[in-house]
Write a protein that binds this ligand. Sequence first.
Ligand code: PCA
Length: 199
Amino acid sequence: MKKLLLTGFEPFLHYTVNPTMKIVEELDGLVIGEYKVISKIMPVDFKVSGQQLLQFLEEIQPDAHISLGLAAGRFKITPERIAINFKDGDADNEGNKPVDELIQEAGEPGYLSTLPVREMVNKLLENGFPAEMSNSAGTYLCNNVMYEGLHYAKASNSKMLSGFIHIPASHELAIQHGNIPSWSHEDLKKSIITCIEVL
Ligand code: PCA
């Protein structure tokens, strides 16, 4: 059986819940398509999350890796096309606030997702879930983790598929936040299952 490392993030900034946490917790241990899901929750910490992902990849040696993140304000499920070699943006949960820093000194400027992102978007739409390719994962923690996964795969000559999917807020988060578009938890979860099935 192939192994999939699926990660979510803890809450951050003024988002009191992170819908990716509940999704990955509920999918942990399930077999979806050809893959057994192994789930982990990542901290929103520039100094720790990259290292932690690499540790999980070393330990688990997955055939595929998908990290999930909340993109509050987005309306659709958005597989990310590319990660860029920059850390920048709001302070993380530990107060780190890098400005224009490289993620990897000797890394490429960017890495393209090796997930079948176009097929994922097409399948989501076919199954009735609004979806769109995203051409920027930002420069915050999500881009950081996506970049580290792809850099690791390239540097270690690994055949592992790797990439990132941003999701909208859940209704639970939107009620607490007050002003962001949202999806039901069930639909968010079903759309991630759809993406895994595409693998
Ligand atoms: N979303 C943030 C970090 C954690 C998360 O779920 C991002 O888009 O970078």
